[in-house]
Design a protein around this ligand. Structure first.
Ligand code: FMN
Length: 394
């Protein structure tokens, strides 16, 4: 096999765990769990297939950790709440580990954008009493439109007004993350990712646009990340030092697609500094193009700024579709690992193909792939290499 992209295919260590290369599969909500949140056989096959394709680390889709305070964000979203959930996730982790790939569970709280149908008539919760402007349904699934009773090519999903969490509730939600993390370890996960990105509850605290609090949980970059730090503290206490804990952060959210932090890179630097002593093993930058920092005053990519200010390793995501782009991100100081979303979704063998150095006609991501990948990927690529044996690099 040609030795291409040396950095990308060099091992990396987080929380004392060796990851075979610098490629993480980004978290992708699939909504294919059972109605009660139990992971399905389809999910076992889906994750195992991508582990076999060569990723070093899989970060699962956002998963709810408790059935309280509107934590659950989606119908058919997987949970890590019950013994039944734990048992079913165990099948996923075993299948992924069989391919020498590590896997962490993304834990999330939906906050003000939790699906109203899971709230049982209650108001969603957030940092402050705000209302989401809603978001565009990222699917062409007619069934999804029908059950939501919405129409059109890009239908909009709306949410009711949110109420602000009390300080006591903030602590309770952080405890919920810690309990979920404990169950994740029981299910065989190598750690957890705390979802602080993309418009959900912790993002609503980190983002000055949605956090209007005047107590210790709002009003400054340090206060805005206090909740995320509290979660790290409790989760670490629950699962110990040998498990990976990452925090995903972003400017944009599902209801603020081209969002920018007021203050741009200066705000990013302040957040990075505040997270320095947070106890996270790594931060994870989420975007659709990591090179676009949406700040006209500086060309420096946000993950570069945050990595430098925090001194923490960073997993960088957003618009990386080719091996050369991934290698460049690592080389430039913008990333310690890269997270690949849509390309690995559409092409489970993305790492393998990239490493082979063989040209490959990548297909553009189309939103219909949210429902189903474009081809039958029962076989590894190139055909004939049904089970690529990865060199163990260790
Ligand atoms: C269908 C879909 C589902 C997603 N679900 C999640 C999720 O559960 N958690 C999360 O943090 N990000 C989620 N994202 C964002 C992706 O992780 C990633 O940031 C985005 O696809 C951009 O990366 P890419 O250019 O490598 O695809 C989702 C994106 C898509 C397209």
């Amino acid at each position: 096999m040609a030795e291409v992209y040396k950095r990308l295919f060099s091992p990396y260590t987080l929380a004392g765990q060796t990851i075979r290369n610098r490629i993480a599969m980004a978290p992708l909500t699939r909504q294919m769990a059972e109605a009660d949140g139990t992971p399905t056989g389809e999910m076992v096959a889906y994750y195992a297939r991508r582990a076999r394709g060569g990723a070093g680390l899989i970060i699962t889709e956002g998963t709810y950790e408790e059935n309280k305070l509107g934590c659950r964000a989606y119908l058919s979203q997987p949970g890590i709440v019950t013994a039944k959930h734990v048992k079913a996730w165990r099948k996923v982790t075993d299948a992924v580990h069989a391919h020498d790939c590590r896997i962490i569970l993304q834990l999330m709280h939906g906050g003000r954008v939790s699906d109203p149908r899971v709230l049982g008539g209650k108001a969603p919760v957030s940092a402050s009493a705000t209302q989401s402007p809603g978001w565009t349904l990222y699917t062409d699934n007619d069934y999804e439109k029908k059950i939501r009773n919405i129409e059109g090519a890009w239908p909009k999903v709306t949410f009711g007004p949110a109420r602000a969490l009390t300080v006591k509730e903030i602590h309770a939600v952080a405890d919920g993350f810690a309990d979920g993390a404990k169950r994740a370890v029981e299910a065989g996960f190598d750690g957890v990712e705390i979802h602080g990105a993309n418009g959900y509850l912790l993002w609503q605290f980190i983002n000055p646009k949605t956090n209007q609090r005047t107590d210790e949980f709002g009003g400054s970059p340090e206060n805005n990340v206090r909740f995320a730090k509290l979660v790290a503290e409790k989760v670490r206490r629950a699962i110990g030092k040998k498990k990976i804990i990452t925090l995903r952060i972003s400017q944009d959210g599902v209801d603020d697609f081209v969002g920018a932090w007021p203050g741009g890179v200066k705000y990013a630097a302040a957040i990075g500094k505040a997270l320095k002593d947070s106890g996270y093993d790594a931060l994870h930058w989420s975007s659709f193009n990591y090179l676009d920092n949406r700040d006209a005053s500086s060309p420096v990519p946000m993950p570069t700024v945050i990595r430098k200010a925090s001194g923490l390793p960073i997993i960088t995501n957003g618009g990386i579709a080719e091996g050369a782009q991934a290698e460049a991100a690592l080389k430039s100081g913008a990333a310690d690992m890269v997270a690949i979303g849509r390309p690995i979704f559409a092409h489970p063998d993305w790492p393998y193909i990239v490493r082979s150095g063989q040209p490959y006609p990548w297909c553009d991501f189309d939103r219909k792939y949210v429902i189903r990948p474009p081809l039958d990927y029962a076989h590894a690529y190139p055909l004939g290499l049904t089970d690529p044996k990865w060199p163990t690099d260790r």
